[in-house]
Design a protein around this ligand. Sequence first.
Ligand code: NAD
Ligand code: DAU
Length: 350
Amino acid sequence: MAKILITGGAGFIGSHVIRLFVRKYPDYRIVNLDALTYAGNLENLKDIEDRPNYTFIKGDITDAGLIRQIFTDHRFDGIIHLAAESHVDRSIANPAAFVETNVMGTVHLLNAAKASWGDNFAGKRFYHISTDEVYGSLGETGFFTETTAYDPRSPYSASKASSDHFVRAWYHTYGLPVVLSNCSNNYGSHQFPEKLIPLVINNIKNMAEIPVYGKGENVRDWLWVEDHAHAIDVIYHRGKDGETYNIGGLNEWKNIDLVHLLCQIMDNKLGRAQGTSAKLITFVKDRAGHDLRYAIDASKLSNELNWNPSIQFEEGLEKTVDWYLANEEWLTHVTSGAYKNYYDQQYKQR
Ligand code: NAD
Ligand code: DAU
């Protein structure tokens, strides 16, 4: 029976990973450690919270003493580490929080895993979930591979790049059995509406302006979040120690084209005349240091571990819209209170 710590399991991707592991591996004991920041929400896990193989611990990965204690109490076989400050715009406004959680939090987890496992690493695994943003920004052509030099350009990506380096340092220096993956932009249910897709869906629903940064020409490579969770399952079980795997959707979209597609889908779903939502598009001041393009070459993962994305973007986007429209209560809950203050602060000067 394996005991796995999943950090950040109340967030967007983490909740999908927890759901997959709890359902697929009834013999595993899954412990979710999450500080429940603004981005963490136990409502994301309602459907599995009563399963006997699932436990939740509210705790902050920046608290080294608490982390040590949790490792002593639970004696984990594996860690899948997703907890992070994850939003680029917030990192521009408040970089120090990203260093604390993403860098120091990761170092505390590495230390605790090493102390708990001693010199016996048999059957153990420390899996760090990272982002394609560590590789910087692409021009019109080319792809990020696992050997692309790191070139982070935002406080968020600098903090994730730094945490990747620390994870690899524990592998080389102490022999800790680590594995890493760097993934492109995820979309799907339960994503906090500070990120582009749920923010646009929420604004269209409320007939509010759709803020598009700059000219909307920036390109992102979108991946269905459940495909990411599946890739994490494959890499956790079959990835090689010390290796890094890129994960991506081979699915590049200019922001403005993606926003237009969402407008069409929303007009259909809401029974509004075509063109109604597109009138809400408003070009606003660009993000500082806005990376132009991300695109992932995921052929290593496909060739070595036989993982491939499962769903076409148009289908996934429609399912995503359906989820947000069917879960109005979730959306209302997460966009009340602090979200309003964030939104006003973030968009008032644009
Ligand atoms: P998210 O912001 O939705 O969730 C982050 C979770 O971490 C939340 O539940 C939050 O409460 C928790 N958390 C934050 N600080 C914490 C702390 N100090 N201690 C304990 N818990 C804390 O993020 P996400 O989009 O689900 O991203 C998860 C991971 O995947 C992150 O490491 C991110 O860098 C990485 N990633 C995200 C994407 C994406 O498109 N969203 C793509 C590639 C990689
Ligand atoms: O590439 C992986 C990364 O994808 C993850 O590591 C991050 O955690 C995740 O947040 C995401 O980062 P992005 O900055 O690409 O995601 P975001 O949804 O914030 O923005 C997507 C694009 O849309 C980006 O080019 C900025 C633009 N945008 C975003 C917002 C919130 C707008 O034009 N308007 C907006 O209001």
